[in-house]
Design a protein around this ligand. Structure first.
Ligand code: COA
Ligand code: MG
Length: 296
């Protein structure tokens, strides 16, 4: 999945607009973009929205961002939405694999109550919103078969660290935020799940967004979160693998398939190709397939 569009759960207008935004995934938000007073309304609106999309065969995946485990609100959030069968739950302010395990158990109970097959509802975790979260990036390995992606966020981390700003004078993330971003990719790769890049908050600056998308693709992220529908086409375009790279990846996979199990090193167009190239090629083809490109 390339694009993840945040949609505040208590906004009729934005819920109505969201399906037309062409995002691969909608993140229906019950956390930071919904005030405490509006949580109950947001829960009902989120559940109704998911049900309204059930018959839509072309629909985006739908993931609900619940409130953090220490908020005391997570159980009520799940009670309201699981029976309508979201594709997943996004856990904010996750501080490690134990949090994901706890959420896994909370979801399992509600899946059973709703008669939904265990494990249907997946988990995405925001892993860098607190200092403790950043330092726990390694702990997601083998914690829950539901876990599908780790994402990072810089805004809450800024508040937790008490920094004045998270960007330097050239607009680059400062070291602590670059570390959080890098640990998210490393943690995701170690746990064999997707890494998702954080939002670009300046939603009128498409050049800045594009630059950040390119850096994310370069560094191993498979998608990026958005806050505004106008950001989605840019994200989809940059995260769709380039046709030449797909063609070359297909050649590499075919070459290894033809060479059989004993193949170690091969050559393609005058370049050495070995197992790491094969893994890289398989990743590009998986991304191409997820983007709806033909890969055969
Ligand atoms: N999802 C769906 N529709 C959205 C949207 C979103 N995230 N953001 C904006 N829109 C809609 C607006 O409702 C508006 O539609 P309308 O003209 O029919 O009312 C249209 O897109 C254009 O919006 P625009 O006027 O450019 O922006 P805005 O000032 O209304 O909204 C934000 C700006 C940032 C408040 C809004 O984009 C938003 O709420 N983003 C999500 C925030 C969020 O979830 N944050 C939590 C994670 S960091
Ligand atoms: Mg937040």
């Amino acid at each position: 999945m390339r694009s993840y569009l945040f949609v505040p759960a208590d906004s009729d207008r934005k819920l109505e607009k969201a399906p037309g935004a062409e995002a691969d995934c909608l993140l229906i938000d019950l956390e930071d973009s919904v005030s405490y007073r509006r949580k109950a309304a947001g829960r009902e609106m989120a559940a109704a929205f998911i049900r309204s999309q059930a018959e839509n065969g072309e629909r985006a995946r739908i993931i609900v961002r619940v409130n953090a485990l220490d908020s005391g609100l997570t159980g009520d959030d799940l009670d309201a939405v699981i029976a309508s069968r979201p594709d997943g739950i996004l856990l904010p302010k996750s501080e490690g694999g134990a949090h994901v395990q706890e959420l896994d158990a909370m979801i399992a109970v509600r899946e059973a109550e709703a008669g939904i097959a265990e494990g249907s509802v997946r988990i995405h975790a925001l892993v860098s919103e607190t200092a403790a979260g950043v330092l726990s990036a390694r702990s997601y390995i083998d914690m829950s078969p539901r876990l599908e992606a780790l994402a990072w966020g810089g805004e809450d981390l800024s508040a937790d660290l008490g920094v004045e700003t998270n960007r330097d004078m050239e607009g680059r993330y400062t070291d602590m935020f670059r570390l959080a971003r890098s640990l998210t990719v490393l943690g995701a790769a170690a746990a064999k799940v997707m890494a998702v890049d954080t939002v670009y908050t300046d939603f009128r600056d498409m050049d800045g967004l594009e630059r950040e998308c390119r850096a994310a693709v370069r560094d191993g992220f498979s998608g990026k979160m958005a806050i505004h529908p106008a950001q989605v086409p840019v994200i989809n375009r940059v995260f769709t693998p380039d046709a030449n790279a797909v063609e070359r990846s297909r050649k590499i996979v075919t070459l290894f398939a033809e060479a059989g199990d004993d193949a170690g090193v091969l050559s393609l167009e005058g370049q050495m190709i070995d197992r790491p190239h094969l893994r890289q090629a398989e990743r590009i083809l998986a991304r191409a397939e997820a983007a709806g490109m033909s890969t055969s």
